[in-house]
Structure formats: structure tokens, C-alpha cells
Design a protein. Structure first.
Length: 295
């Protein structure tokens, strides 16, 4: 079976944990979570697939050389090969514009983009596949990244309920690009020392509804990221980034995303977000700063 086109491209938007509650540690070592997740429409990696004599993955872009360990693009592609014998070989080029290991799901978003890209490229061969099942096998954040739209993520990440965000909400993503500790996420969860997860009986959390961008801001202000304090202990740049975001005009709330080290500020005006990003980039030219709308 062959590709239906010779070249296709797919974006992999940054995932933002607007809230992140850790409800407890399960007997299997995983953590029960509840997180309102959104995606930055203008902060993305980009993947391109082309026909090739054999399967290949190439990395390019500002952060392409920073990928350490298995590239999740390769892992996702191998998962498809395992399930679809005779899948036509492709070369996938990853243009890495998002910092690696930065709490915005870059690798997970890339893996999810591979699944979407290959479904478009070879619809017949992948028509019967459950891409959500494959996504779950690739990592906790891959299922929510597969849809790349706002959602309430719960359990260990596999339970994803769509959320409708009102238009107009904007964000500034900032990462000081300091050195992240090895096995950062595992170390952050270990330092948190969560108690045992409660027996919930499988009940799903209620999906929030938002009539305005101010409702979203209020929801985030009333919630938290349970990893923020312990992550700051391992990555000392985090408090300064949050403080810098908070001082920008129009910033309604500033928090850490995921286990860090990327932080975000929420704005009800896209212009406020763009001005804030320019201000921060001038003051800290060594930082990665990106304004975006979110969905």
C-alpha cells in the first residue's frame, strides 16, 4: 500500500496545562491527575512526510539537536509499522521549534502528529486502526495531543473530555532555557511525595463550561498546578519567569505548565499578549518567548 500523496505536513501544537491537580499515587506507581489542557495555535513543531526507500526520521530546527534518548516520532512510526504490515516507507522530518523537556508536551505532540499525518497519508491502511489506543501506548500526554484541542484530562491522562474555550483567550509561553535535570518529570513527581490516590470508582470529573474568557481566567485562578512548587526547587529559573510574566500589562494569571520549565501567562487580549512577549524578549533575549492564541 502506498502513500496517496508524495508530501504532507502536520503541525504539533504546544500543550499547556492551565491547571494540574495531582489527586494521588496509584498502586502501580502512576498518578491520578485532573488537568485543564489547551493548545497554543501559534507555538508548534512541524512534521513533513515524504515517500522514501525506507523509514527514516530526521530532526531539524532550533531545538532539533537537543532531543536526547528515543525520538517519539520514531517510536510512533514504529508503532504504526507494527500494526500495519506493508506500510509504505516514508521519511518524516521534524522541524523542532518547541524547547525539549519543557512541560508543553513537545514530544507527545510530535508523536500524536505522526499518527494524524500517517492517517492522512495512507488512509486505507490505517482506516481500521484505533489511533487513541496507539496514543495511549505511547505516553500519558499523547491521547490529549491527538485531538489537539482543549480538554479536561483525568486518570493517568487516558481519559480525555473535550472542553469548549471561548474565542479570544491568548497566552505567552516563556522558558528561561536553563538546564533541566535528567528524568525531570519523574524527579518532580518523586519530590511531590503524593499520598495514595482515593478510590473514586471510576467516576469522571465534571467538564467545566465557560461563557467568556474571564470565566476561564477565573477557573485557572481558583485552581492550581500541584507540581509548581516542587518543580521550582529543581529548576530555580521558574519563579523569576512567573514573576516577569505577572508584571506584564494585561497578564491575568501566570503559572507553570506541566512539570516545567515552561511557564505561561493568560491574557484576554491577543494584542496584550504580543506586547508582553515583545517586552519580555527585549528584557531577556536569552529566553524562549512565544505569544499565541489558544484553543
Amino acid at each position: 500500500m502506498g502513500l496517496v500523496v508524495t508530501a504532507l505536513a502536520e503541525s504539533a501544537p504546544a500543550k499547556i496545562n492551565l491547571t494540574l491537580e495531582v489527586l494521588g499515587r496509584r498502586p502501580d506507581g502512576y498518578h491520578e491527575l485532573r488537568s485543564l489542557v489547551a493548545f497554543a495555535t501559534e507555538a508548534c513543531d512541524r512534521l513533513t512526510a515524504r515517500n522514501a526507500p525506507e523509514f527514516r526520521v530526521a530532526s531539524a530546527g532550533r531545538y532539533g539537536g537537543d532531543i536526547a534518548g528515543p525520538n517519539l516520532v520514531s517510536v510512533a512510526l514504529q508503532a504504526l509499522q507494527n500494526r500495519v504490515p506493508g506500510l509504505a516507507p516514508v521519511e518524516i522530518t521534524l522541524e523542532k521549534a518547541l524547547p525539549v523537556a519543557s512541560g508543553i508536551g513537545g514530544g507527545s505532540a510530535d508523536a500524536a502528529a505522526v499518527l494524524r499525518l500517517m492517517r492522512r497519508a495512507d488512509g486505507q491502511g490505517l482506516a481500521g486502526l484505533d489511533l487513541n489506543e496507539i496514543a495511549r501506548s505511547l505516553g500519558a500526554d499523547v491521547p490529549v495531543c491527538l485531538a489537539s484541542r482543549a480538554a479536561l484530562m483525568s486518570r493517568t491522562g487516558e481519559d480525555v473530555q473535550a472542553v469548549t474555550l471561548p474565542p479570544g483567550l491568548a497566552v505567552v509561553l516563556v522558558n528561561a532555557l536553563g538546564a533541566a535535570p535528567e528524568s525531570k518529570t519523574a524527579r518532580v513527581f518523586k519530590a511531590l511525595g503524593a499520598t495514595n490516590a482515593p478510590e473514586t470508582g471510576g467516576a469522571r470529573p465534571d467538564v467545566p463550561t465557560f461563557a467568556s474568557v474571564r470565566d476561564v481566567v477565573s477557573f485557572v485562578l481558583q485552581s492550581r498546578n500541584d507540581l509548581q512548587e516542587v518543580a521550582a526547587g529543581l529548576m530555580p529559573d521558574i519563579p523569576g519567569v512567573i514573576e516577569a510574566l505577572t508584571r506584564t500589562n494585561g497578564c491575568c494569571v501566570a503559572r507553570l505548565s506541566g512539570a516545567g520549565a515552561t511557564c505561561f501567562g493568560l491574557y484576554v487580549s491577543a494584542e496584550d499578549a504580543r506586547v508582553a512577549a515583545r517586552t519580555l524578549a527585549r528584557a531577556q533575549p536569552q529566553w524562549w518567548v512565544k505569544p499565541s492564541t489558544i484553543a
